[in-house]
Ligand binder design. Structure first.
Ligand code: UDP
Length: 324
């Protein structure tokens, strides 16, 4: 089986994909600088505590291991922080990715699967959002991801680097075995915050905006289960290994759930009180984000299986109870 280098394998999505790769028999070489990742999440593969800034270490790892393909998750992903510290985002997300890509080329590794985001689209002009939608990101995080997409396209033309870009909508849920899950410090995402409030049975969940033009006035998002995301990565890898050429896929549920839907579902699943407080809108939040993932279903044969909100929240709840 091929050796896969997984950058950011101690993070939320990277760790779930690392586990899925392992279960399919792939060997993984996992890199993470552990700034936001958790060493507890690297339970599979060969782990190296490395920052992609360190090109010499990267090169040594590539030379030592016969890497067949790279899955690149390592990135900072706090939108608000990216607005206040763009240098941190452009250096880590863009400059360090250049180190990775150039090391790959030096070591003749020509396949990469890149974690991108629906944040590269900016404000949606149509729904559900297709891959062909214009890309006008509205924050440095989204711009950093779009820059890498453009770099990949240029590297493909000039150096024959083959890639799949996966644009995630809202990753959610946890592996059903409950040993890895969503754990951000600080936490800013809706589902973990709602479940933390359920666990504590105190404090309030802030609802950012109740005056949007949506069915209940709150924002609608496309929550896609993290194990379904992991399946898509395996299919994208097989696609590249079977001679597929550079392409881009949205990965989403194709369905939208409001902030209030999430809170109601969490009340049902947890059977706990969850107090809420209505706040003003959070800056930069589009009212509705729903992805069109038909292309991934058609070309990769991807078929997400945890599409109902209750099942997404149920697995997340299992993880949060363990984490507590
Ligand atoms: N949200 C909220 N309260 C919170 C955190 C998030 O109302 O404490 C809303 C947020 O405004 C957005 C949705 O929940 O409409 C999902 O936000 P999250 O940060 O989880 O993901 P994003 O869509 O920003 O990537």
């Amino acid at each position: 089986m091929p050796n896969i280098l997984v950058t950011g394998g101690a993070g939320y999505i990277g760790s779930h994909v690392n586990k899925a790769l392992h279960s399919k028999g792939y060997k993984t070489i996992v890199l993470d600088n552990l700034v936001y990742g958790h060493s507890e999440f690297v339970k599979w593969g060969n782990f190296f505590l490395v920052d992609l800034q360190n090109k010499d270490s990267l090169k040594l790892i590539f030379k030592k291991h016969q890497i067949d393909a790279v899955m690149h998750f390592a990135a900072y992903a706090y939108v608000g922080e990216s607005v206040h510290h763009p240098s941190k985002y452009y250096n880590n997300n863009v400059a360090n990715t250049l180190n990775l890509l150039d090391t790959m080329l030096e070591c003749d590794v020509k396949k990469i699967i890149f974690s991108s985001t629906c944040a590269t689209y900016g404000l949606p002009q149509e729904l559900p959002i297709p891959e062909t939608h214009q890309q006008s990101p509205i924050n440095p995080y989204g711009r950093s991801k779009l820059m890498i997409e453009n770099i990949l396209a240029d590297y493909q033309i000039a150096y024959n680097l083959n890639y799949v870009v996966l644009r995630y909508f809202n990753a959610a849920g946890a592996d059903p075995d409950g040993i890895i899950g969503e754990w951000h410090e600080p936490e800013t995402h809706l589902i973990p915050l709602v479940l933390q409030a359920a666990l504590r049975e105190q404090g309030e969940v802030k609802i950012f905006g109740t005056d949007y033009n949506t069915k209940d006035g709150t924002c609608i998002r496309d929550y896609i289960h993290v194990t379904d995301l992991a399946d898509a990565h395996i299919l994208a890898l097989e696609y590249l290994c079977n001679g597929g050429t550079e392409t881009i896929f949205n990965l989403g549920n194709g369905d939208g759930f409001s902030v209030k839907d999430v809170i109601e579902s969490a009340r049902t699943i947890t059977q706990r009180e969850i107090a809420v407080k209505e706040f003003q809108r959070r800056e930069g939040d589009p009212p509705i984000l729903i992805g069109d993932a038909k292309k991934a279903k058609k070309i990769l044969g991807w078929s997400p299986s945890n599409t109902c909100l209750d099942s997404i929240i149920d697995t997340a709840w299992g993880w949060h109870q363990r984490l507590a």
